[in-house]
Design a protein around this ligand. Structure first.
Ligand code: UDX
Length: 486
């Protein structure tokens, strides 16, 4: 006769449903969470848009790599936009509406039809890890008796700055109404000494505090009170004080980042043959690695503004002149859909293309983690997306930050004022400022930035290693998800 614990072991493992927003910056960390859950031998169903699934199949080995985990499955749903519809810049906002209006109703219907994905081999969903911006998730979970864990791909500082919306309003620190953008914000505990108006998340830059986008992001953050827990891609070494403040209000916070390093470490620890699974939605141009191989150590500035940022042609030219005048080599990711206002002209005039030759390389998409870890890379000109920031921190690469939207305004302030591993040139786009910032990071203050970046890289690597806080938090999360299975 089998004992109760033996019987429990024979039953299928927990079944986690994961639903990210269909954009690169959310897909990357949530697919890595899926990989970590597979390593813990859980069953995982991952919701992905048909559009992105096709791109993953075209540009990565993700599908083949996940096929080694029999408990993993993708579920595809339409994102509701035609294939040729832009999904960057303003297109990203349209994508959010389309997900709410098209994908979510189909998802709910599918979940009911499929009996919450129960089958002979797997339990019905035992836990839903939902992107924190999916506002339907709490109602859906309550109606179906599923525990909800929110996943927030941005840092704790962003979450906390939005969570304090009522206090900012009460203290009249918002709306800005012509007040100095350099004035210090006082009503966000943990950030009093360094956070200026201009560093608040970009959504606060509105005249009317009833602005629908701002209301939406505040409401999404407050949803946390209807979830059982929240997962953050951060760690105590980066945001200990903020996490402490946050935990006074949000009880179950699992800070498990940097997740891309956690996956690497767990794979190494398990000695499995499975490798890192990349989630690129564009074809990675690997020729840039050969080009980097031919450059001297720490000589190249890597330039990338992530997957959503749009630049005007004028901004492209300011960056380009700044880079050329700095005399440093550069590798620039210029997505084909990322430049506006060209009116049919090439974004870069022919005479500048001539000057770039030999000094720089332009690619449409790069294997970013590999690039940042390449010995030739000495600095990163970035839009301060949180994934890029974490990848740069873990690689020990100092940054020049030019934030674009959302959390990026606060991320760049942490880079320059809290961790002091780079410079923040937000709210400017001037070739002289760009040139000077590059010179500062690559020459004038190179040693101090390199030293601090190297030290921080060691700290975050320690946090995801055995005994480190993010490592332990992941183990705790696994136990917690197991405890949710009735
Ligand atoms: C968005 C937000 O902007 C970001 O602030 C938020 O926290 C998450 O979602 P995105 O703007 O695309 O994401 O920036 P980022 O968070 O940096 O994510 C971009 C990802 O694409 C990174 O993981 C990066 O490695 C990858 N990437 C980028 C490539 O693999 N190749 C490239 O050439 C450029």
């Amino acid at each position: 006769m089998t004992s109760v614990s033996e019987q429990q072991n024979l039953r299928p493992p927990p079944h986690v449903l994961i639903f990210p927003l269909p954009v690169q910056g959310h897909l990357n960390p949530m697919l890595k969470v899926a990989h970590l859950l597979c390593l813990a031998e859980f069953h995982v169903t991952f919701i992905i848009s048909e559009f992105n699934h096709r791109r993953l199949l075209q540009h990565t080995t993700a599908s083949a790599a996940f096929s080694r985990y029999p408990g993993f499955q993708f579920w595809t749903l339409p994102d509701g936009l035609p294939d040729d519809h832009p999904r960057s810049g303003h297109g990203a906002m349209e994508l959010m509406s389309s997900v709410a209006n098209v994908t979510v109703p189909l998802f709910k219907k599918m979940m009911i039809q499929e009996n919450l994905l129960a089958s002979a081999a797997r339990r019905s969903v035992t836990c839903f890890v939902a992107d924190g911006l999916l506002s339907f998730a709490p109602d859906f979970c309550e109606e179906n008796g599923i525990p909800l864990i929110c996943f927030r791909p941005a840092p704790a500082s962003y979450f906390w700055a939005i969570y304090r919306f009522p206090q900012l309003l009460q203290a009249q620190e918002i709306p800005f109404e012509g007040k100095s953008m350099d004035g210090l914000i006082k009503s966000i505990p943990g950030m009093e000494g360094f956070l200026r108006r201009r560093d608040l998340p970009g959504f606060y830059r509105v005249d009317d505090i009833n602005d629908p986008t701002l209301k939406g992001v505040v409401a999404a953050v407050m949803l946390i009170h209807r979830a059982q827990a929240v997962i953050l891609n951060t760690c105590e070494d980066l945001e200990g004080q903020i996490l402490e403040e946050m935990q006074k209000h949000v009880p179950r916070v699992f800070s498990i980042g940097p997740i891309h390093e956690q996956v690497k470490y767990r794979l190494m620890e398990k000695k499995t043959e499975s490798s890192i699974i990349t989630a690129s939605l564009w074809a990675e141009d690997r020729s840039c690695i050969d080009w980097l191989d031919a450059q001297p150590p720490k000589s190249v500035v890597y330039v990338s503004f992530g997957s959503i940022t749009l630049l005007t042609r004028k901004q492209v030219l300011e960056f380009l002149h700044g880079l050329l005048e700095s005399s440093h080599r550069f590798l620039w990711v210029m997505r084909p859909d990322s430049v506006t206002g060209s009116n049919g002209e090439d974004p870069i005039p022919t005479e500048l293309m001539e000057r770039i030759k030999g000094k720089g390389l332009l690619v449409e998409w790069a294997p970013q983690e590999k690039v940042l870890n390449h010995p030739a890379v000495g600095g990163f000109m970035t839009h301060s997306g949180w994934n890029s920031t974490l990848e740069s921190i873990a690689a020990g690469v100092p940054m020049v930050c030019w934030p674009y939207l959302g959390d990026q305004q606060i991320n760049s302030r942490f880079v320059s004022e809290v961790w002091k591993i780079g410079l923040d040139i937000k709210d400017t786009c001037d070739r002289k400022i760009i040139e000077e910032a590059i010179r500062d990071v690559m020459e004038v203050r190179k040693d101090e930035f390199m030293e601090r970046s190297g030290n921080l890289a060691k700290l975050v690597k320690r946090t995801i290693s055995k005994g480190g806080s993010s490592y332990n938090n992941w183990d705790d999360l696994i136990q917690y998800i197991k405890s949710l299975v009735i």
